[in-house]
Design a protein around this ligand. Structure first.
Ligand SMILES: C[S@@+](CC[C@H](N)C(=O)[O-])C[C@H]1O[C@@H](n2cnc3c(N)ncnc32)[C@H](O)[C@@H]1O
Length: 326
């Protein structure tokens, strides 16, 4: 039976955990971009947490760390300087990213003190909605403008950013023990390889087998990850089978990650019966995936209200696991 321990406190030092005791790390730390002005996202975590994580992980242990496009380079340097090997970067691609842009042409009109022209109205739609966005904020009507100054007209349609459609997830590893090869490291610590077998992407409907030596479970998962169907022909390489979370309504965490994505990530870096750490649990999606996949889980969350969401989510499956809360 799987176990979990979650701590409502800062993760720094991980003092409850002994060295070389954890099999994998899967975490979604603050991105350092002040997402929706949340204070806890103001800065990237201090390098110390990665040094602490390196200490508690077993030699050969793998990890996955979410990041942002703008600051992944800094996070990767922190991870590398802490002693981790950077193995890969996974791209989690999705459809509902919002371009952080603005109509510069209208700003130019304003700056020049010239009034822009109203040319109609539109319904404000936030993000992408699969079955048509018409009802999404349907009552929020906004005016549609067009620039009137000469300079404004020249810059009409220009903006400041692209639609984000992926998040990077950094794949890291703690070195295997000196003088051991991978097999010897696995025998000694049970860590050192990725769980390719459990993360294979099933063959698409109608597709029988592929390649000269087809595997019954499908293709090896790639470093592009999708949880939404794009129907562009690439789904058969990148789409993770969906496992929908139930009773999610109580969860108001602003950066909640889909549990079907977390299943895939937890499976990739760990095996049944192993222990996974998440120093930044938020609403606990890593932990839920771990328990359902028969992994033990250790996590930390600074904010009491997020901790309570995580606790509730984990308690919802407490019939399947034994639990301890701090
Ligand atoms: C990006 S969110 C994690 C969201 C999570 N993946 C989910 O699905 O809900 C990062 C979390 O780290 C927490 N946090 C920030 N600094 C922390 C620290 N020093 N120790 C523990 N948690 C911290 C924040 O409160 C926030 O909930």
């Amino acid at each position: 039976m799987s176990e979990f321990k979650i701590y409502n406190k800062s993760c720094y030092e991980l003092q409850e955990l002994s060295g070389n005791s954890i099999d994998a790390i899967v975490t979604d730390p603050p991105y350092g971009i002040s997402y929706q002005n949340h204070y806890w996202d103001k800065d990237l975590p201090k390098r110390q947490i990665w040094e602490d994580s390196l200490r508690v992980l077993k030699p050969g242990a793998f990890g996955l760390v979410f990041s942002s496009i703008r600051l992944m380079h800094r996070l990767m340097v922190d991870l590398e300087d802490s002693g981790f090997i950077i193995k890969d970067v996974l791209f989690w691609s999705y459809l509902n990213g919002m371009p952080k842009s603005r109509d510069v042409a209208l700003d130019i009109d304003k700056e020049l003190g010239i009034e822009s022209k109203v040319i109609g109205k539109y319904k404000y739609v936030q993000g992408y909605k699969k079955n048509g966005a018409d009802n999404y904020y349907a009552n929020k009507e906004k005016f549609k403008y067009e620039p009137t100054s000469e300079l404004g007209k020249k810059y009409q349609g220009s903006g400041l950013g692209l639609k984000p459609a992926f998040e990077p997830i950094i794949l890291i590893q703690k070195s295997i023990e000196k003088k051991l090869n991978v097999a010897q490291n696995i025998i000694k610590y049970s860590t050192g390889s990725l769980n390719i077998e459990e993360t294979r992407i099933s063959y698409a409907n109608g597709e029988k087998t592929v390649g000269h030596n087809p595997h019954s479970k499908g293709r090896v998962a790639s470093n592009i990850v999708r949880t939404e169907e794009f129907n562009d022909g690439f789904d058969k390489f990148f789409l993770i089978p969906k496992v929908r979370q139930k009773k999610e309504d109580f969860n108001f965490h602003p950066t909640l990650k889909p549990v079907d994505l977390m299943y895939h990530l937890v499976k990739l870096v760990s095996f049944e019966g192993q222990t996974v750490i998440d120093p930044f649990i938020g609403s606990g999606s890593t932990g839920i995936a771990c328990l359902k996949l028969k992994r033990n889980f250790v996590g930390y969350e600074l904010k009491k209200d997020y901790f309570e969401i995580a606790k509730k989510g984990l308690e919802n499956i407490k019939t399947e696991v034994s639990y301890m809360l701090f």
